[in-house]
Design a protein around this ligand. Structure first.
Ligand code: PGA
Length: 262
C-alpha cells in the first residue's frame, strides 16, 4: 500500500513491458482491457503505459486512442534514418503513436549484448525524437553476491545518462531492475529496492542537482505482481513499477496499477 507516510509528490508511473509476446489479436484485446479496467485512475491518479512489440504498436495506438493509457516501445535505434536493416528510429516510434521508449532493458544488455555507450546514444536519440525514455539499470546475481551492486548501477547510470542537460534529464524515467529478479519469481525486498533507489536519486542529485533528482521517477522492475506491488510502492523512492509477465494479464496489470494509488 502506498502509505500515508510517503512524502513524495511524484506521480506514480506503471508501465507494462509485453516483451516478445502477444499477437495481432491478443495485443489489441489486452490494450482494450487495460483501458477499460484502469479508466478510473489512468492518467489522473497514476500514469500508465503499455509497451507492445514493434509490429503491434499501431494497433495498440488505435486501441488506446480514446484513453489516457500511453503507448511505449521496447527499444529504439539511435540513428534517425538510413541503411540500418531491422532497426526502428525514434521518429518512427513517435509517428506510430509512442510516448515512451524503454532503453537498455537487461534482456537487450545481456541477451542481445548492448553496452552502456549504445544505450546512452539511444537515450539521446529518444529525447531528440520527442520520446520519454525509460532507462533500465540493474545488477546480475553474481554482481550482487560480490557486493558490486553500487558499482554496477553507478556505472550504468553515469554512462547511460552521459551528456544530458538537466532539462533533457527531466524527460527520463529510471527503472531499477535487478537482473536476478526479472522473470524469475524472485522479487527484491522493498528494503533492497529502496536502498538502490536511494542510491540512484543520490547519483541524480550529484549530476543534475537536487531539484531535478527530486522530480525524476524511479520505477522498480523484477517479478512485480499484484500482491507485492503495494509494499514496493510504499517505499519513499519507489515511484513506479516496470512490469513484465504480470502485464500480459489485464486484471493482474490493472490490480498493480490500482495498488500504486491505494
Ligand atoms: P518481469 O519482467 O516482471 O516478468 O520480471 C520485468 C521486466 O523485465 O521489465
Amino acid at each position: 500500500m502506498r502509505g500515508s507516510t510517503k512524502l513524495t509528490t511524484r506521480k506514480a508511473f506503471i508501465a507494462g513491458n509485453w516483451k516478445m509476446n502477444t499477437d495481432s489479436h491478443t495485443s489489441v484485446k489486452l490494450a482494450q482491457d487495460v483501458v477499460s479496467m484502469s479508466r478510473d485512475v489512468a492518467g489522473s491518479a497514476v500514469d500508465v503505459a503499455v509497451c507492445p512489440p514493434f509490429v503491434y504498436l499501431q494497433q495498440g495506438a488505435k486501441a488506446l486512442s480514446s484513453s489516457r493509457v500511453a503507448l511505449g516501445a521496447q527499444d529504439v535505434y539511435f540513428e534517425q534514418k538510413g541503411a540500418f536493416t531491422g532497426e526502428i528510429s525514434a521518429g518512427m516510434l513517435k509517428d506510430a503513436g509512442c510516448t515512451y521508449v524503454i532503453c537498455g532493458h537487461s534482456e537487450r544488455r545481456h541477451v542481445i549484448g548492448e553496452g552502456d555507450e549504445l544505450v546512452n546514444k539511444k537515450v539521446h536519440a529518444a529525447i531528440l525524437g520527442g520520446l520519454l525514455p525509460i532507462l533500465c539499470v540493474g545488477e546480475l546475481l553474481e554482481e550482487r553476491k560480490a557486493n558490486k551492486t553500487t558499482e554496477v548501477v553507478t556505472r550504468q547510470m553515469k554512462k547511460g545518462l552521459a551528456g544530458l542537460s538537466p532539462e533533457k534529464m527531466s524527460a527520463v524515467t529510471i527503472a531499477y531492475e535487478p537482473v536476478w529478479a526479472i522473470g524469475t519469481g524472485l522479487t527484491a525486498t522493498p528494503q533492497q529496492a529502496q536502498e538502490v533507489h536511494a542510491l540512484i536519486r543520490k547519483l541524480l542529485a550529484e549530476v543534475f542537482g537536487r531539484k531535478i533528482a527530486g522530480e525524476i521517477r524511479i520505477q522498480y522492475g523484477g517479478s512485480v505482481k499484484p500482491d507485492n506491488a503495494g509494499e514496493l510502492m510504499a517505499e519513499e523512492d519507489v515511484d513506479g513499477l516496470l512490469v513484465g509477465g504480470a502485464s500480459l494479464k489485464a486484471d493482474d496489470f490493472t490490480a498493480i496499477v490500482k495498488a500504486a494509488v491505494s
